[in-house]
Design a protein around this ligand. Structure first.
Ligand code: B12
Ligand code: SF4
Ligand code: SF4
Length: 179
């Protein structure tokens, strides 16, 4: 299901130039979910108009130039693809990870709609201190059982132990080549 397109049509938010579904008050740090039902429901207030205006902060911020045009993402250039979704070795054609171990939020961090957005109090969504910007060398130094224990109940399991070690190694290689 194309969740963002559906969310826009459902009146939950507009699609920003960074491709994200943005709620005018809550910003874009939102997960989308659906319930499929044949219950007759009341039609809501309609679509929320585009709120980007002349802003292009997200397009300029992307470290891999992944936006082909506003709202058009080349997923093959997005750091999220290479640190979250891809399994196995990273090919030489993969973009630089720019220090990102798992996913990337840079096109959201600069968005004015996220500056004042309220933070969730949901316990499951709070960052775990041990995973808050960990040094890649510290991740590589963890033994298998230690890393496995830290991944328990975490979304980071999507990359898994192998994916996180691979990204940590790649970040260190990039740092060394830049030095
Ligand atoms: C595949 C996927 C990815 C891929 C490819 C993303 C992409 N843009 O295609 C990768 C791995 C790169 C990725 C990255 C991320 N993702 Co993702 N991803 C998905 C997934 C599973 C499918 C998206 C898809 O089909 N893309 C294909 C394109 C064509 O569709 P789309 O991007 O959904 O929507 C576009 C079109 O529909 C078009 N469009 C639709 N209607 C209209 C109307 C007009 C007028 C116009 C001009 C355009 C237009 O514009 C939309 C925005 O680009 C969805 C869940 C889902 N089932 O929808 C989550 C989802 C989109 N991802 C999500 C998130 C959080 C992320 C990341 C922030 C994760 C991270 N921290 O690293 C990044 C953000 C990257 C970015 N700027 O988009 C959330 C977004 C929540 C939100 N508020 O928008 C979703 C909805 C998951 C969820 N259930 O919460 N993702
Ligand atoms: S998530 Fe990062 S790499 Fe992907 S489009 Fe946004 S800024 Fe670019
Ligand atoms: S940074 Fe600016 S252009 Fe990008 S999504 Fe946010 S408001 Fe729109």
């Amino acid at each position: 299901m194309l969740e963002r397109a559906l969310a826009r049509r459902a009146g939950l938010g507009f699609l920003g130039k960074n491709g994200m579904m943005i709620h005018p008050t809550y910003g874009s740090y939102l997960f989308l979910g659906e319930i499929l039902t044949d219950l007759p429901l009341e039609v809501g207030q309609g679509e929320i108009p585009d709120g980007c205006g002349g802003c292009t902060l997200c397009l300029k911020e992307c470290p891999t130039a992944a936006f082909v045009a506003p709202r058009v993402l080349d997923a093959g250039r997005c750091i999220s693809t290479w640190t979250v979704e891809v399994r196995g070795e990273l090919p030489p054609s993969a973009p630089r990870l720019h220090g990102h171990l798992f996913g990337c939020d840079r096109c959201q961090e600069v968005c004015p709609y996220n500056r004042e957005a309220p933070l969730s109090a949901e316990p499951d969504f709070q960052p775990r201190p041990e995973w808050f910007a960990p040094a890649p060398a510290a991740v590589l130094a963890l033994t298998g059982p230690e890393l496995e224990a830290r991944l328990s109940g975490s979304g980071l399991r999507r990359a898994g132990e192998a994916g996180l070690r691979r990204s940590a190694l790649r970040i260190l290689e990039e740092e060394i080549s830049e030095a």
